[in-house]
Ligand binder design. Structure first.
Ligand code: MSP
Length: 480
């Protein structure tokens, strides 16, 4: 059985997740489900990036103890993922000393053994919001424009990772497609960066200057830089550095890391360099998505324009949220989301579109006693062969795959409108029967194709067709 290992970034638990984070998780889930439907053995990893100053600050601001704050926030993340039906296999927490720390330290030790870690003194500007060094020219009025605060001025002794050494090797791997960066615009972006040459990066912080962090092996005065710690989650989750290596041997190298465009450099430069240094195979693909903007600006807590997925789920249901993210945001570009656009699209495409179609077809099918053919119903058990969406899903064109389904919805709608089987049934039953059976053929395919995107809705439609029932209430009630 083919294996498929897919990861999301691990989320900073310094605030609730917003629709931008829900986007990363939802498209990853769609891809994971698609590969399960292809009968592959899928391992889907997500988690929380906890060893960061951001978390300590957030807890302090609320006056709660950091650990309690972390546990509550992570419980909240998991609650959201469960509502959104995110079918992850493991939720990794980087504060987990048993699961994560041994592997993070082992990887560090490998980098040392390769001669790629070196102590240097360093002076620079550090943005806690970014958890990375930034330069004078990134600042606007002396502040980080994204996080709205002045960077810290650091002057300290750190361990450095010799990233520059790997510039050419990474260039080769990306150029040859051995490490595929999707879409090509992001590949070009990282190639341009590699062309300029990578600089060595600070990989540790003095223990007395930060409140959290994994201890650097053999140096109690230093803790690991949070990105060095965080990136290693993709292998520590599989048992790297621990006794049981079963998952690691089965699933590494990763088939796909899904990341947002802001963390491309970490995943397409620093992470491959760490793996090359430790002589571990590189991931196969990195899918880089754009940002969800709201009213044209990146959705972010700092900008105060976040839309809380829980609020939309409460009002419209989780499947509607999955629908919007999958169909109305292009995976490769930025996409806008406002509460108004959400409602409009919900009414047009779910309440009037899909929901209404299911009701109309099932009502005719039940009332006129014209059920789906047995041969059609069989398709539910062998559905992946009928997925016209595959050609797009294989390219991660999730929105285009959804367009295929909605094309069928509109074909079926048209058939009802032009052939009016609800009228012909009175004059020409044979004709009406052909049309209704055809509509059921469409509905079976629509339902099968919907599986990775709207798993609950797909199941409901399947149940209605198999049981020859009219939905008791609309699948998507209209909102005024
Ligand atoms: N902790 C790091 C990732 C470490 S992975 C080894 C981090 N966390 S994050 O919580 O800030 O972001 C997690 C993911 O959410 C990233 O892929 C990021 O791009 C994504 N998004 C955050 N805001 C977003 C939008 N407004 N729109 C879409 N995705 C965005 O970075």
């Amino acid at each position: 059985m083919k294996s498929f290992y897919i990861t999301t970034p691990i989320f900073y638990p310094n605030a609730k997740l917003h629709m931008g984070h829900a986007y990363t998780s939802t498209i990853s889930d769609i891809i994971a489900r698609y590969h399960r439907l292809k009968n592959e053995e899928v391992y889907f990893l997500t988690g929380a990036d906890e060893n960061t100053e951001k978390v300590v600050r957030a807890a302090k601001a609320l006056g709660v103890e950091t650990n309690k704050y972390l546990n509550d926030t992570v419980a909240n993340f998991k609650g959201l993922f469960s509502k959104l039906d995110i079918s992850y296999d493991q939720f990794l927490r980087t504060s987990d000393k048993e699961v994560h720390w041994p592997g993070a330290q082992e990887l560090w030790t490998k980098l040392v053994a390769a001669g790629d870690i070196e102590k240097r003194s360093y002076e620079g500007l550090y943005c806690v919001g970014h958890e990375s060094f930034i330069t004078e020219k990134d600042l606007v009025d002396g502040k980080c424009p994204e996080h709205g605060e002045e960077p810290q001025v650091l002057k300290e002794e750190n361990y450095f990772f010799k990233l520059s050494k790997y510039t050419n090797k990474i260039k080769e791997k990306i150029e040859s497609g051995e490490l595929e960066i999707i879409p090509s615009s992001r590949k070009n972006e990282i190639m341009a960066l590699l062309e300029r040459g990578l600089e060595d990066v600070s990989f540790s912080r003095p223990k007395d200057k930060v409140s959290v962090g994994i201890p650097v092996p053999n140096d109690p005065t230093q803790v690991m830089y949070v990105w060095c710690d965080a990136l290693s989650n993709y292998i520590t989750a599989l048992g790297y550095g621990r006794e049981n290596q079963e998952l690691f041997s089965k699933f590494w190298p990763a088939d796909l890391h899904v990341v947002g465009k802001d963390i491309l450099r970490f995943h397409a430069a620093i992470w491959p360099a760490m793996l090359l240094s430790a002589n571990i195979p590189l991931p196969k693909k990195i899918l880089v998505h754009g940002f969800i903007t709201s009213g044209g600006k990146k959705m972010s807590k700092t900008l105060g324009n976040v839309i809380d997925p829980e609020v939309l789920i409460e009002e419209y249901g989780a499947e509607a949220v999955r629908y919007y993210l999958a169909r109305h945001i292009s995976p490769f570009e930025d996409g806008d989301l406002t509460e108004e656009s959400f409602k409009e699209i919900y009414n047009a495409n779910l309440a009037n579109g899909l929901g209404n179609l299911v009701s109309r077809i099932m009502t005719m099918s039940v009332n006129y006693e014209i059920p789906a053919r047995e041969t059609e119903i069989k398709i539910f058990d062998d559905g992946h062969q009928f997925m016209e969406t595959s050609q797009f899903l294989d390219q991660f064109e999730i929105n285009k795959a959804m367009d295929v389904i909605w094309k069928y919805i509109s074909i079926a709608d048209n058939l009802i409108q032009t052939k009016e089987p609800f009228k012909t049934i009175k004059t020409d039953r044979t004709k009406a029967e052909i049309d209704i059976k055809t509509l059921l053929v469409y509905l079976v395919r629509i339902s099968v194709m919907l599986r990775p995107f709207l798993p609950e809705t797909a199941k409901k439609i399947e149940g209605l067709i198999k049981g020859n029932k009219i939905p008791e209430k609309p699948l998507f009630a209209r909102k005024d």
